[in-house]
Design a protein around this ligand. Structure first.
Ligand code: FES
Ligand code: FES
Length: 123
């Protein structure tokens, strides 16, 4: 039921781990299934230089989180804020209908990490 890409990102997720001295950190939990994702970013000249994640969740949430970090890395803050659920799903060659919502974790956690970065910058 999962595409090869989903399985690949589940078996060997990219950019896993916490980050010391992250410039921004964001967590999002899905109240429906209880899964939770934290994303850490390092920003230089408004570009996401480094990104990592920790997730507690299902197979699809691991794959979507991994793909979120792959898509966001090297993008400007502005570009990264435009990443949508569909972009993640498409990059993974699709997700089963009942797992589409898992891609929302990545989008929300990424946006919240960027917000955290922007808030800190203002101070
Ligand atoms: Fe099992 Fe999300 S962790 S459904
Ligand atoms: Fe909810 Fe996977 S089942 S994030």
């Amino acid at each position: 039921m999962y595409s090869n890409k989903v399985i690949e990102h589940f078996m060997t997720p990219r950019n896993v781990g916490t980050m010391v001295e992250a410039d921004g950190k964001g967590t999002f939990g899905d109240p429906g299934c209880g899964d939770s994702l934290t994303i850490y970013i390092k920003v230089k000249d408004e570009v996401i230089e480094d990104i990592s994640f920790l997730v507690f969740g299902c197979t699809a949430s691991v794959a979507t989180s991994s793909m979120t970090t792959v898509l966001a890395k090297g993008k400007t803050i502005e570009e990264a804020l435009e990443i949508q659920e569909e972009d993640i799903v498409e990059a993974l060659d699709g997700l089963p209908e009942n797992k589409l919502h898992c891609s929302n974790l990545g989008v929300q956690a990424l946006r919240s990490a960027i917000k955290d970065y922007l808030n800190k910058k203002e101070k």
